[in-house]
Design a protein around this ligand. Structure first.
Ligand code: AMP
Length: 293
């Protein structure tokens, strides 16, 4: 695997791959790689002839009181995982390479960026959209593989790609979970043993909502309060939000059933903020709801 640190060399390698008619798949990450990241790489490997990954801990998507300085940095073991996964090129630039002195251009995806994660983390999606647009320009992939774990982020990046006529197709991939249901996340490393046990409550809450959907409940307020009730039973959990939203607009819905819908949640376990979601879609054949956790 080639490790590239500069924009000019990365662009040259990207152009060469395109000139050789490769189908280029790209997986952007912030490092501290886990099985969730590896699942995206496996899919890229299956669908593309060259796979590029990036590790860039993007400072502009962290708020002043967030965890940038303590975010896990595990570069050596990340490189080993990427090698094993068969990644062809790792782009791992220094922040100064991405944001040189005088940098002053930012991308804002209006509307979608202001709700939910955007409301709790002002400026977060501006930082995400800006860095991902830059990475797409530098890496020039045909396909980018993103996790549904960050459903709002994936939707915002789809919107950006459409609005700015980008030549990259986004593939949204399933959420990888621990055996007890906790969604894999680099931030799980912050949890102590008691918090780790408590953190399964996010999954249990979404699972309870899915059971209600299975029993025929379609009212969003009922699903929301079921989810909140389960979360309330865990004393280490403090809810930031629980919302039932349309999967395209991310606007709240009153009833589920006719369009794809998410139940999205953000919960503090101790000081660690975790997010998770379930996608609810009407089955094209039976009209039953399919719950994808
Ligand atoms: P991050 O390193 O947290 O920026 O994540 C990089 C990519 O991995 C994003 O597209 C995430 O949505 C995705 N990702 C993170 N956790 C998971 C997971 N548990 N399952 C699948 N994809 C994930």
């Amino acid at each position: 695997m080639e490790i590239i640190r500069t924009v000019s060399w990365m662009k040259q390698v990207a152009q060469q791959s395109r000139a050789e008619n490769h189908v280029v798949g790209f997986v952007p990450t912030m490092g501290a790689l886990h099985e969730g990241h590896l699942s995206l790489l496996r899919r890229a490997k299956a669908e593309c002839s060259r796979v590029f990954a990036s590790i860039f801990l993007n400072p502009t998507q962290f708020g002043p009181n967030e965890d940038l300085s303590k975010y896990p940095r595990t570069f050596e073991s990340d490189v080993a995982k990427l090698e094993t996964a068969g990644v062809d090129v790792l782009f791992a630039p220094d922040p100064k390479v991405i944001y040189p002195p005088g940098f002053s251009t930012y991308v804002t995806v209006e509307g979608l960026s202001e709700r939910l994660e955007g409301r709790s983390r002002p400026g977060h999606f501006r930082g995400v959209a800006t860095v991902v647009l830059k990475l797409f320009e530098i890496v020039q992939p045909h396909f980018a593989f993103l996790g549904r774990k960050d459903a709002q982020q994936a939707r915002i990046l789809q919107r950006m790609s459409l609005d700015l006529n980008l030549d990259v197709e986004l593939q949204i991939c399933a959420i990888m979970r621990e055996p007890d249901g906790l969604a894999l996340s680099s931030r799980n490393a912050y949890l102590d043993a008691d918090e780790r046990r408590a953190a399964t409550v996010l999954y249990l809450a979404l699972e309870a909502a899915c059971r209600e959907v299975g029993a025929g409940i379609r009212d969003a307020l009922t699903l929301q309060s079921t989810t909140r009730d389960v979360l309330a039973k865990e004393k280490r959990a403090r809810v930031d939000y629980v919302e039932v939203v349309d999967a395209n607009s991310f606007e709240p819905v009153a009833r589920i059933g006719s369009h794809p819908t998410y139940i999205l949640l953000a919960v503090f376990i101790g000081k660690t903020r975790l997010i998770d979601n379930v996608l609810l879609e009407p089955s094209p054949d039976s009209g039953d709801m399919i719950c994808s956790l």
